[in-house]
Design a protein around this ligand. Structure first.
Ligand code: GUN
Ligand code: ZN
Length: 427
């Protein structure tokens, strides 16, 4: 049994559906009690200490005890080529991404990058990631193995591609189905690991491969399915050429049984009215990747418009198309994209998106992303005065949200004081 002392922030409602500032409970002298891997109590420090007088205590002072961040769309194999200059999506994939992903044919390289990836993201306060691996099954073993060693709750899957990629990165419809199925059976539900069926995107799969992966999803409706949709105009036009019989991009996935509740659609910037309505009706998740969308020059995600009609939306770095491993930097970019689209997202909305909102998009809203009894003890402890620039600004704050916002806009891994995963302190 362990008690963490600090400020606590617990969302009690969705700040996109209610007054944002009132969507959370804040204890300025708060505490979180952990037993095993689970949170058992959150409240005022004196109450929690009185309830568990024998617990071990770690005092984080004025730091904020937050749920660990949930990064709902990443490519861990792109860790070493993040911040590659000057290309748009298709050229960026061909010039930088595919050559790097080809290196994962070497399982030792996959292990090395998976470990360095988790060191980087946990240092940034992230405790759950949802990753595309490469076409190589060993890249999935490397990712899940490195997460398992750290006690993290993670999701991911083998990326499937059987056309429009170099020979070194091509599988087939049959091998994609067989490998994905074997990896799913090997890893799904082991410790805190979840498998995700992962066709990269429509242009890199033949109809036969999409068909096979749709069949696998029908056989395993308990897992999520992730892919990309409507990120750039050139990509959308290419999909229309490759699948002339489809009404639009989403229709390709619909035809092959790859659209529905439990689908995670990355980017979703240039959706048609039909696609927006259909995704809402099927209750699929949209994953917003704001640093990536600005870095690759993709466009502005319509957070306000989509939230208004009740879409299920998560937030993500999309590394290495995204330009940061940090969900703080990602919240800042979401704020900036919102401003460019005419809506200033409230700090409560940004923090919720990076925690409970992303968890909800992954259908894990009862398990992670919130500080409350029964939730996994995945915690990031945040210093709200981590640099001189932030400290002088937060010193003027009149409430929690004003105290938080300078760290959202200017914070990085220097703000992350400590991270706990599954009730164990990582650092
Ligand atoms: N679309 C297909 N693959 C990718 C990828 O690796 N990154 C991004 N940003 N978009 C993609
Ligand atoms: Zn992506």
């Amino acid at each position: 049994m362990h008690i963490l002392l600090g400020q606590t922030l617990s969302f009690t409602s969705d700040p996109f559906k209610s007054a944002p500032a009132e969507a959370a409970t804040h204890h300025s002298t708060g505490a979180v009690a952990i037993d095993g891997g689970t949170i058992i109590a959150v409240g005022a420090a004196q109450d929690i200490r009185a309830a568990y007088p024998d617990a071990e205590v770690t005092d984080y002072g004025k730091a904020l005890i937050s749920p660990g961040f949930v990064d709902a769309h990443v490519h861990y194999p792109q860790t070493a080529m993040i911040a590659s200059w000057g290309k748009r999506l298709i050229d960026w994939l061909n010039s930088y991404t595919f050559p790097e992903e080809s290196r994962f044919v070497d399982p030792a390289y996959a292990d090395q990058i998976a470990n360095s990836y988790f060191d980087l993201v946990t240092a940034a306060g992230t405790t759950t990631t949802v990753s595309y691996c490469t076409i190589h099954p060993a890249s999935v073993d490397a990712y899940f193995g490195a997460a398992q060693a750290r006690g993290l709750r993670v999701l991911g899957g083998k990326t499937c591609m059987d056309r429009n990629a170099p020979d070194t990165l091509i599988d087939t419809a049959t091998s994609a189905y067989d490998d994905s199925k074997r990896l799913l059976e090997k890893w799904h539900g082991v410790d805190r690991i979840s498998y995700v069926i992962t066709p990269r995107f429509a242009p890199t799969s033949t109809p036969e491969q999409l068909e096979a992966l749709g069949a696998l999803w029908r056989e395993h409706p308990e897992v999520l399915m992730q892919t990309h949709i409507s990120e750039q105009h050139e990509e959308i036009a290419w999909v229309q050429d490759l699948f002339p019989e489809s009404r639009d991009y989403l229709d390709v996935y619909e035809r092959f049984g790859l659209a529905g509740k439990g689908a995670l659609f990355g980017h979703a910037i240039h959706l048609t009215e039909r696609e927006r309505d259909k995704i809402k009706d099927m209750d699929a998740s949209l994953i917003h990747c704001p640093t990536s969308n600005m870095f690759i020059g993709s466009g502005l995600f319509d957070m306000a418009g989509l939230m208004e009609v009740g879409h299920r939306i998560g937030l993500a770095t999309d590394t290495g198309g995204g330009s940061s491993f940090s969900m703080l930097r990602t919240m800042a970019a979401a704020y900036e994209v919102g401003q460019l689209s005419g809506t200033a997202l409230h700090p409560a909305q940004l923090w919720w998106l990076a925690t409970a909102g992303s968890a909800n998009a992954l259908h894990l809203g009862d398990t992670i992303g919130t500080l409350a009894p029964g939730y996994d003890a995945d915690i990031a402890v945040i210093d709200l005065s981590s640099t001189p620039a932030i400290a002088q600004r937060s010193a003027r704050a009149e409430d929690l949200w004003q105290a938080l916002f300078p760290t959202i806009m200017m914070g990085d891994d220097r703000a992350i004081t400590s991270v706990w995963a599954g009730g164990k302190k990582l650092f």
